[in-house]
Design a protein around this ligand. Structure first.
Ligand code: DP6
Length: 340
């Protein structure tokens, strides 16, 4: 192992999260300060592991994703983020970053959230910054807004804050992973889902500028977020599922009314949404609820006794590749060793 003054390394693990109330639109794109608070569930069973080594001997940052050297886009995002860490730590060394997911990056399963949460943890530790979870959430936010929430496990709220320096803009845990033991997230993978070509951070600012529905969304989100927080706290399934669908439909409305229109769904994704509504209509009560982020895959929430029925219905939708049953997941945490 090399001398600590020559090379310092650390590893961190983080899970993706699915937004139940979405972050979409920023008041400050440089500092990644959102227009509204958001609420998510950290997803168990999926994870990113990242190792960072700052090394005097390097002439540039290097990024390995799942054992392959990354292309210019991801490398540039990582370097911009590492610059923030270097600045905070008073460090000049370039870094070698090795990151791997136990799920396909191109699957659109929120790899930027777990990716930047793990990178924030590994890079800050390797740089000798001893951050609290709140400080880590603030730092991860600079890489990808949604990553601020992946620092914590279970159900998480990212508060938008008011300050222009972003000091009051971080996520905090609301309820632990075992808060609602029957709750399940049926991650419905759509075959041939197109790869996300534009980062959400850019797409959402097009919505802010052009969607006539955006102002109304901003007015309605705080009330919906409070109602969802209450439905979670009281473990009220009907309210939870109804609010989840309402929020997702509202998010989709502002995307579709953006100029040019943002359409993340495929016909198979839309068939999944329709199947959930049909299930609920047939049952005469909410059995399942759907949500999706800026991608074609759909997260269908339901409860343990209904999982088999809902899963069978989703699998029967043409164009659905697989349905993975997941539960709330753990907080991000350091990995032992140096990754050498
Ligand atoms: C629709 O903060 O993940 O998932 O890293 O640029 O892709 P990029 O942005 P990110 O955007 C999240 C948008 C969302 C909603 C959410 O997660 O709250």
């Amino acid at each position: 192992m090399s001398d600590r003054s020559q090379s310092r390394a650390a590893g961190y693990e983080a899970a993706p999260n699915i937004a139940l109330v979405k972050y979409w639109g920023m008041r400050d794109a440089q500092l990644v300060l959102p227009n509204n608070s958001s609420l998510s569930m950290t997803v168990g069973g999926l994870r990113t592991r990242t190792w960072v080594r700052f090394d005097r001997g390097l002439g540039a940052d290097r990024l390995w994703l799942n054992d392959r050297l990354a292309g210019d886009g991801p490398l540039q995002s990582a370097t911009e983020f590492l610059d923030v860490v270097r600045e905070e730590a008073g460090l000049r060394e370039f870094a070698e970053v090795r990151s791997s997911n136990n799920f396909p990056i191109a699957s659109g399963l929120a790899s930027s959230a777990s990716g930047f949460a793990a990178l924030a943890g590994a890079a800050s530790r390797a740089a000798g910054l001893d951050l609290t979870p709140r400080g880590l959430s603030r730092l991860a936010r600079r890489g990808s807004g949604s990553a601020s929430r992946s620092i914590f496990g279970g159900f998480v709220e990212w508060q938008a804050g008011h300050r222009s320096d972003g000091e009051d803009c971080y996520a905090r845990p609301l309820f632990p992973p075992d808060h609602w033991p029957e709750l399940r997230d049926l991650v419905t993978i759509i075959a041939d889902a197109p790869e996300k070509s534009v980062r959400s951070a850019r797409a959402m600012q097009d919505t802010v500028r052009t969607s006539p529905a955006y102002a109304e969304r901003l007015r309605s989100v705080p009330g919906r977020l409070a109602a969802l927080r209450r439905a979670l706290r009281t473990r009220n399934p009907d309210q939870f599922l109804e609010l989840l669908i309402q929020e997702c439909d509202d998010f989709r409305r502002v995307c579709e009314t953006t100029v040019p229109s943002l359409d993340y769904l495929t016909p198979a994704s839309r068939a999944v949404l329709a199947a959930v509504l049909e299930l609920n209509r047939q049952a005469g009560r909410p059995v399942a609820g759907y949500t999706h982020d800026a991608g074609a895959h759909v997260h269908v929430f339901t409860f343990a006794p209904e999982v088999r029925r809902v899963q069978a219905r989703l699998r029967a939708v043409p164009g659905v590749e697989s349905v993975r049953v997941l539960s709330p997941g753990p907080a991000a945490h350091p990995l032992p060793g140096t990754g050498a």
